[in-house]
Design a binder for this molecule. Structure first.
Ligand SMILES: [Zn+2]
Length: 494
């Protein structure tokens, strides 16, 4: 049977209906194709992935099983491991750099040389991961697990999948003797999740020449899946600015048996109650306006109407309010500030002398953090409350909807997933894109990795990534990077 399948010519549909011999063939084909599909899936699930995929899986597993948490981990070890793989694949030492400001906080920069017709592109992925306590997980978070169509582990979704894919794709390009028209730089970096040694910042400050590029691809954008169906392929063009403020009230205190009207805790609670019912003004940028306009086509009913309505100037009545009932849409439409920590009092039987709170804000690109602080002071409406910025804000300019980048993304998306729209997104969280954007390198969060709409456990318990999404993401990024570095596409993508 196997052989006959192969040799059988593609016969025009109408002929099949006439001769019985062809009907047998048709029956057989109907029988065979699901069989082929099932066996391919079985092969896949049994880890017998395609050769390239086998390598990618091995690289991913190796990266995952090197603990790179801020507390006890070591990104230098992970960077060295990836450097060793590149050397084995034929990369010369002059194209590999491993270094960092701290022994446990190393970064890797690998360069795939091109013809230099155009400025390099930069592919970024952080290799540090957030902490994970084995007590909270169903299994060891630092052991690579394959269960029911998913790879599980800390960093599987954030962000070691992209790191492994970038390394595997560089090795594939080397094997295929690909000649790009510009250098392809891969940077695997430390301390994106926290810690004092952010690798992207360190490289831009101390080794700009190694990572300088016309634009960069980074985490932050991914495909959205709803009940297994591909909804959209998100491209992150901008991100909100992370800014925390410390609120503090001081009070003379005293004996709790004689309470007074003035009380540090009540003053703070009153201020936070004001914040609870306050909303910053609506503020859309090109990226978020495009997000709502394009997403409206994927929705229906009042939601679709409101998405179109809010993108209009002036916005349609009620659209902002209704959309703001959904936390994700609310975070796209406004700067947000929320209380995250509270601390007060020093003894059960004493009036509190100090009450403090942390208010974490996510500020829209283009809005001034100091103005946000002034607005909060107005909302708290109490001169006794001091409001201090806890971290230097890192505002970053949104990246433009540049056709030289967006067109290839749309082309590869429609080739791999016909009918799935590309939607610009703004991250409510922060990425290292803030550093590169501030350094004048437009940065696009794009991966082609489709994730369940209900989340992947990033930063949480049992973090996971779909196996099929992982390998599709690999193929997407491979095709995208070749599109972006292939001189024959220059004209087409202008
Ligand atoms: Zn991340």
């Amino acid at each position: 049977m196997h052989a006959s399948v192969e040799k059988i010519p593609t016969i025009p549909q109408k002929d099949i209906l006439i001769s019985s011999q062809f009907i047998d063939f048709y029956q057989m084909k109907k029988l065979i194709s699901p069989l082929i599909l099932i066996s391919a899936l079985l092969l896949q699930l049994n880890g017998n992935a395609q050769p390239d995929q086998k390598l990618t899986r091995a690289i991913f597993k190796e990266l995952i099983e090197i603990n790179t948490t801020n507390s006890t981990g070591n990104t230098t070890e992970a960077a060295e491991a990836m450097a060793a793989r590149l050397r084995t694949a034929g990369f010369s030492d002059k194209d590999i750099f491993v270094g960092g400001p701290h022994p446990r906080k190393g970064n890797l920069v690998a360069t795939f040389r091109g013809s230099g017709v155009r400025k390099p592109i930069l592919l970024m992925a952080h290799i540090d991961v957030v902490e994970a306590d084995i007590k909270d997980w169903s299994f060891d978070p630092f052991k690579f697990q394959e269960i029911d169509g998913y790879y599980y582990a800390r960093g599987s979704s954030d962000d070691k999948a992209m790191a492994a894919i970038f390394i595997a794709n560089l090795i594939r390009m080397k094997k295929e003797k690909y000649t790009p028209d510009r250098d392809i730089i891969v940077a695997l970096t430390a301390d994106e999740e926290g810690g004092d040694y952010n690798g992207v910042d360190w490289l831009l400050t101390n080794h700009r020449g190694l990572v300088d590029a016309e634009f960069a691809l980074n985490e932050g954008g991914s495909g959205q899946l709803n009940e297994g169906k591909k909804i959209l392929n998100g491209v992150q063009l901008s991100e909100k600015v992370y800014q925390s403020f410390k609120l503090e009230v001081k009070n003379p205190g005293g004996h709790s048996s004689r309470p007074r009207k003035d009380n540090a805790i009540y003053a703070l609670v009153q201020a936070l109650n004001n914040l609870e019912s306050f909303s910053f003004p609506l503020n859309l940028n090109d990226g978020t306006r495009a997000y709502f306009e394009r997403s409206a086509k994927l929705e229906s009913g009042q939601l679709a109407k409101d998405m179109i309505g809010v993108a209009q100037t002036p916005p349609a009545a009620g659209a902002e309010q209704r959309l703001s009932d959904t936390p994700y849409y609310n975070a796209l439409l406004h700067t947000t500030c929320v209380a995250t920590k509270l601390e007060a009092g020093h003894a059960d039987n004493a009036l509190p002398q100090t009450a403090t709170a942390v208010v974490n804000c996510r500020i829209l690109p283009g809005e001034d953090p100091e103005k946000v602080r002034q607005t909060l002071i107005g909302v708290f409406d109490n001169q006794d409350i001091s409001v201090t910025a806890m971290n230097p804000a890192k505002p970053s300019p949104p990246s433009p909807l540049d056709p030289a980048v967006m067109n290839p993304i749309e082309q590869v998306t429609s080739k791999m997933w016909p009918g799935v729209p590309v939607i610009p997104v703004m991250s409510t969280g922060a990425t290292d894109g803030a550093w590169t954007r501030n350094a004048g390198i437009p940065t696009y969060g794009v991966s082609g990795i489709f994730r369940d709409i209900n989340g992947s456990g990033a930063h949480g318990q049992n973090e996971k990534i779909r196996i099929d999404s992982f390998y599709e993401g690999q193929e997407f990024l491979y095709q995208l990077v070749t599109e972006l570095t292939n001189k024959s596409n220059v004209k087409r993508n202008r």
